[in-house]
Structures are given as C-alpha cells and as structure tokens.
Design a protein around this ligand. Sequence first.
Ligand SMILES: [Zn+2]
Ligand SMILES: [Zn+2]
Length: 275
Amino acid sequence: MFDSRDDIDKLKNENEHLSAYYDMYFALREQQDICKESVQLPSFNDDEIKQKALEGGSVIENSGIDLSGLPEFFMEIFKVYAQFTTHNYDEVLAAVERLKPDLAEILEEFLFLKENVKMQAHISDSLPAEILVFLIKNTLTPLVEKYSECVLPSIDLDSWENGCCPVCGHPPGLAELRKTPSGRQRYMFCSLCHTSWPFQRLKCPFCEKVEEKETEYLSFPDEKNYRVDICNSCNSFIKTVINNSAELPPVLLDWSSQYVDDSAIQKGYKRVASM
Ligand SMILES: [Zn+2]
Ligand SMILES: [Zn+2]
C-alpha cells in the first residue's frame, strides 16, 4: 500500500526512471490531503441520492457544493506543478495570472460538465489544454473525492450500468480487471473523483456499444501490468490494469504508464480522459 514517504522511496528505487512522477504525485497529494480535511460538504438526503443515481444522473450536480475556496487552492496546485517543470515558467505564470479572474467559472464549468467556454478562451501555447486540465483536476480532487466518499454508501453500484461516473458524471480514465473468486471482474475509475465501479466486460464505456465477444485489446510483449481495450465503433480506448501487485493508486498507475497510451494513439485510437 502506498501512503507514506517510505513507500514512495521504495517505489523510486524499484523504478528509477519514474522518480519524477512519484515525487510530483506525493507533493500534490500532500496539499490535497490538507485541503480535503477542511472541505465542508452540504448535508444531503440519502433517498435523494439513491433516486438521482437510479435515474442515471450525476449526483454532484445541484448538490449545493461550495466551490468558493478553490481558486486559491488552484494557485497552490500550480506552485507544486511548477516545482517539477522547468519549461517556460515565466510564460506559464503570466498565462495563469491572466486566467485568475475567470478561475471560479472555469472550475465550475469543468466540474459540472458544462461547455468549457471560459477555459477554451485561456488555452494558449504557454498554457496548453492538457496542462490546464491537469491543474483543474488536481484542484478539484479534494472536494470531489470527499464528496464521493460521503455519498457512495447511498449508491447501488451494482445496478449502475453507465460508462460515466455515478458520482460526478465524468468519464473513466482507467479500467482494471480485478481477480475475484468468480473470475475477473472489470472496474472503471473516474477520471475526476477516482470513484471505481463495476462495469460489463463486453461494453465500451464511451459509446456503450456491446461486443459479442471479448472487446478487442492491444497487449504488449514486455508489459505484464497493462493492456489497452479499444473500441472500433467510436475509435476510443481505455487503458486497463491487469496486475496491480504494488497496489498503486489509480492516478499513479496512469501517470507511470504513458508509453502504453502512446502506442494506442499511434495506432489511431483516441484517449477520452486521463486520470
Ligand atoms: Zn467521478
Ligand atoms: Zn466505443
């Protein structure tokens, strides 16, 4: 299991080439855990949550959740990010400063899956979409994780059949084939709140097409821990963990296996969301 500096150091020794990912993850996690403790959630009604989930909707929408402290936390996350990136720091900082007045709206648009109008306006060469999305997601992490932990006991995950997350409605960023007594069960991990839920083996989580036999996948001769499930209807793919013996958290599993995505992208498949 993975929750202390010692665990990180052990992992770094085993996988030296991934050291920077582990360090950044740990530094972000430290900030996120402090923030998570101070998150106050609105009270919610168990039956309402059950009902919303039964109707197939995301339960975080219209939940009255408070986003007011998040623009400030975004800057904390940016500081951590900047420690690990030496590339055009001054230009990125200037772009982040320009974005500040719109930050509250940008975070709200992203969280509630509205059209990202404000966000789009700030995407530039110095602040590309992938970096902005990375910062936004890491800012929202403490709030959405805590929300998920609170509402999850009210949601019947076994009857949730949608490809998107039952808590926040975001798409999955990673899948796992977990060993269970009755065989391997497929799970999805939400790309925003990290909730995991069981999902049909033969269904694409993005276009929901059901295949007649095992979904096509790409495997790699030197890679025992991951495979890539592809969909030839919507041309998307989801990276799938087939062996997580180190019990790494899903975000770190994703970050430390980028080469797996690269090979699927080279074959023309698109990635819908990362962790
Ligand atoms: Zn979610
Ligand atoms: Zn599909």
